[in-house]
Design a protein around this ligand. Structure first.
Ligand SMILES: [Zn+2]
Length: 305
């Protein structure tokens, strides 16, 4: 068991040079019950083919980070561990919290890279705090010496508070009626409703609004740092919740009450989904969402109803 930790990290290190990113090459492995898979940071195939890697999508780089790519590819993420070559950014840490990742391992060499030095602040200021609140233990792995250090751990039995837990229900109901009901329930809160299937083919509805990163509540939420926020947007949240429970989102039954953010739309393509219904096309968190949506529609890689 011990040595498998180092093998999982080594599997990430082994593919890191295959990352198409010209400057920051990062790789990660996710290991859970009966599976382990590794991914590099990369652009979703649809974006590479239709837009290319030189154009920002709204205000988003258009890339999917390695840790998030792992989550979006894994059969079921609850309780899984992630091994990554570099210290994770706050967005990936939020995704890991939402996806129910139990432990995080970072390669010690990742702390010496330029990127880590430049972005070290947001790792120290936000990522570690998010992990603590979510109950994700952080370890630094020294592969050569086959040892690790714990740099952040939760108290045994700690259960993070979850504000506005997602509603996951087994249903065979009509999607338009479910949307109508969700609107009544959510009132003016932006939300996402998705249908998703488990491996046995059973159908579930997932209903989420935005909420503070797991472990925070509206009362304890901290102010935004730099370009990162402690708030989890509904579409990204729905994708992570689906991964957490081993549910596969059905692109034909995915509804967002407003235009998602640019980052959420990139994550959607990263999850290999190419279709979304949007309720109010004039509503969005900021102006970058509608801009990104327009780009993806024009490139014909996202169908919007
Ligand atoms: Zn990241």
């Amino acid at each position: 068991m011990m040595s498998s930790l180092y093998n999982h990290m080594q599997a990430a290190v082994d593919i890191v040079e295959t990352s198409p990113h010209p400057a920051n090459k990062i790789a990660a492995t996710i290991a859970g019950e009966g599976f382990a898979l590794s991914r590099v940071n990369t652009w979703p195939a649809a974006i590479v083919g239709a837009i290319g890697t030189q154009t920002a999508i709204g205000n988003s780089s258009g890339t999917i980070h390695a840790e998030t790519a792992c989550i979006l590819s894994a059969p079921k993420t609850e309780g899984a561990s992630i091994f990554v070559t570099d210290p994770p950014c706050p967005n990936c840490m939020k995704n890991m919290a939402e996806a129910g990742i139990g432990a995080l391992y970072i390669d010690h060499k990742g702390f010496d890279k330029d990127w880590a030095k430049r972005r070290g602040d947001s790792f120290e200021a936000m990522s570690i705090r998010i992990a603590e609140k979510a109950g994700i233990d952080i370890h630094i792995i020294y592969r050569k010496e086959q040892r690790f250090e714990i740099i952040s751990s939760h108290t045994p039995g700690y259960k993070p508070p979850i504000e506005n837990p997602p509603k996951i229900e087994e249903t065979a109901g009509r999607f338009d009626i479910l949307i109508e009901t969700a609107h009544k329930e959510m009132a003016n809160e932006p939300f996402v409703l998705a249908m998703a299937n488990n491996p046995d083919g059973k159908s579930f509805s997932i209903l989420v609004n935005s909420h503070p990163t797991i472990g925070y509540t509206s009362d304890t939420m901290e102010k935004k740092e730099d370009k990162y926020s402690f708030l989890m947007e509904p579409l990204s949240r729905a994708l992570m919740i689906a991964a957490r429970h081993g549910l596969k989102v059905d692109a034909q039954h995915l509804y967002s009450s407003r235009v998602p953010t640019a980052r959420e739309l990139v994550n959607l393509l990263g999850a290999r989904l190419d279709q979304i219904q949007i309720g109010d096309m004039s509503a969005s968190r900021d102006e970058n969402g509608p801009q990104a949506l327009q780009q993806l529609k024009e490139a014909q890689i996202l169908r919007v109803d």
